[in-house]
Design a protein around this ligand. Structure first.
Ligand SMILES: NC(=O)c1ccc[n+]([C@@H]2O[C@H](COP(=O)([O-])OP(=O)(O)OC[C@H]3O[C@@H](n4cnc5c(N)ncnc54)[C@H](O)[C@@H]3O)[C@@H](O)[C@H]2O)c1
Length: 264
């Protein structure tokens, strides 16, 4: 059987939050697979460093744009950049997201809104902008939304805002898939389990001591049947599948990639 159907070669892909963590894992697999990639992130330094480390032939196929997804102009700016760099878009990966721990009993309206605006609202309007461009191009396309196992089951108390946003991201994915299927645009979601990333490092777990975090991580790993945390590449390989022609009869699906965590 030819493996070409799993190829992303030549595809023009936008990855939000691609400077770090899962997003960077996806960027690396796409670049390795010969895609043309635009990283969109509010932090560009790690992406720029990664680009500099690439061979010159690969460097031609990757760019970075600084955007803050809290800004309503971000989706338009990202599409313009895709057109300027690559003439259009074939694949959108909505990966950027935040997961601050804060009990609802202590939650500020500002924090709740920030989580909702980045994880759901920006995802939705970036989907809208990308799909409109794909329709205009008459080229079809693939959209991969990074949801979470928390889209379907809560992990911890303190993630109510996050879980609401990710539950919303899942249902948005399904309804948008229904809406744009007639244009040949396929929209799926990935639900990662616990993945080691910059975002899950001690420094970024605001309000938690190192001891508390270690205890939480040990408890989390004990609940993962395969016995380890995931890596960004565990998610990246599934993103490649959902971007490739191997998944051409899939839309509105949620692919759970959690080492079996949800089985527990
Ligand atoms: N790491 C996990 O265990 C895990 C589990 C389930 C789901 N997820 C989801 O996967 C995605 C990536 O998570 P991660 O762990 O790699 O996170 P991370 O914090 O390591 O990286 C997130 C990236 O998104 C960017 N970003 C955040 N807010 C932004 C904004 N307003 N505008 C532009 N860019 C912004 C950051 O700069 C960063 O590069 C998120 O949607 C997260 O909810 C992660």
């Amino acid at each position: 059987m030819s493996m070409d159907m799993f190829s992303v070669s030549g595809m023009r892909a936008l990855v939000t939050g691609g400077s770090m963590g899962i997003g960077m894992g996806i960027v690396k697999r796409f670049v390795e697979g010969g895609a043309k990639v635009l990283i969109a992130d509010r932090v560009t330094e790690p992406a720029t460093k990664y680009i500099k480390s690439l061979a010159s032939t690969q460097r031609q196929n990757i760019s970075v744009i600084e955007v803050d997804l809290l800004n309503d102009s971000a989706p338009g700016a990202m599409m313009k950049s895709m057109i300027d760099h690559y003439g259009g878009i074939d694949v959108l990966v909505n990966n950027a997201g935040i997961y601050p721990m804060s009990p609802m009993l202590e939650m500020s309206e500002e924090l709740f809104d920030r989580v909702y605006r980045i994880n759901l609202r920006a995802m939705a309007f970036t989907c809208k902008a990308a799909a409109r461009l794909m329709i205009e191009q008459k080229t079809k396309g693939k959209i991969v939304n990074i949801a979470s196992i928390d889209s379907v089951h809560p992990s911890y108390a303190g993630l109510a805002a996050y879980d609401a946003s990710k539950g919303g991201a899942l249902m948005f994915t399904k309804n948008f898939a229904l809406e744009v299927a007639k244009h040949g645009i396929l929209v799926n979601a990935i639900a990662p389990g616990g993945i080691n990333t910059e975002g899950t490092t001690p420094a970024s777990m605001a309000g938690m001591s190192a001891e508390e975090r270690d205890k939480m991580m040990r408890a989390f790993v004990s609940q993962i049947p395969v016995g380890r945390m995931g890596t960004p590449d565990d998610i990246a390989k599934v993103a490649v599948f959902l971007a490739s022609h191997a998944s051409d009869y899939m839309t509105g699906s949620l692919v759970i990639v959690d080492g079996g965590r949800l089985l527990m």
